[in-house]
Design a protein around this ligand. Structure first.
Ligand SMILES: Cc1cc2nc3c(=O)[nH]c(=O)nc-3n(C[C@H](O)[C@H](O)[C@H](O)COP(=O)(O)O)c2cc1C
Length: 180
């Protein structure tokens, strides 16, 4: 699938089929995450693949934003300690979040290209997720990526037009599209 097609076609999915996801497909998604850019190439991410049904259910219960049941979730964590050692406060407090978001977007697009639906979840209790997954201090759960075969076709949500979000050369200077 062409990358622009994936960017445009991907949707957040909140209803999934129970069908399991083959290992090689999961590995392709992780591979996409691994190749994301990161500040200073620190690669602060740690991916926890959750397939165990009881564990998924426990995570769902402490995550108001986790809708629908899916056969898989990838909890994307950042290694704050390592990020601080290499990149100081900027590395720890900002880069890790941006870096994990980059990895997550790669995973969303890869999953979509592989016929899967995903939803990013930030609305979860980090304290509870830490406890459930036995995540040690210094490692922070940043985002959960829920993954499964889609069982819905959501309405395409609104996006601001290019003109509404873009200026040319300086702030406030209108950007006029030349294309169709
Ligand atoms: C950082 C971030 C956090 C999000 N958290 C949640 C969440 O907790 N629960 C949820 O259902 N969707 C969540 N979403 C998905 C957004 O609601 C969704 O991306 C947005 O409505 C646009 O829809 P689309 O992804 O289909 O284009 C999150 C997305 C991002 C990028």
């Amino acid at each position: 699938m062409e990358v622009l097609e994936a960017i445009r076609g991907r949707r957040s999915i909140r209803k999934y089929k129970p069908q399991p996801i083959p290992d090689e497909v999961v590995e392709k998604i992780l591979e996409a995450g691994r190749w994301a850019p990161s500040g200073g190439n620190i690669q602060p991410w740690i991916f926890i693949v959750v397939r165990d049904r009881a564990t998924l259910e426990m995570i769902r219960k402490v995550s108001p934003g986790y809708l629908g049941t899916a056969p898989l979730a990838i909890v994307v964590c950042s290694d704050k300690q390592r990020a601080f050692q290499v990149g100081g406060r900027l590395g720890r407090d900002y880069m890790t979040i941006a870096d994990c978001a980059m990895a997550v977007q790669n995973m969303l697009l890869a999953a979509y290209a592989l016929g899967l639906g995903t939803c990013v979840v930030k609305s979860f209790s980090p304290i509870a997720v830490r406890e459930i997954l036995e995540i040690p201090d210094g490692i922070e759960p940043e985002l959960i990526v829920v993954v499964g075969y889609p069982d819905e076709r959501p309405v395409v949500p609104h996006r601001f037009s290019i003109e509404e979000i873009t200026y040319l050369d300086k702030y406030g200077n209108k950007f006029v599209r030349k294309g169709p």
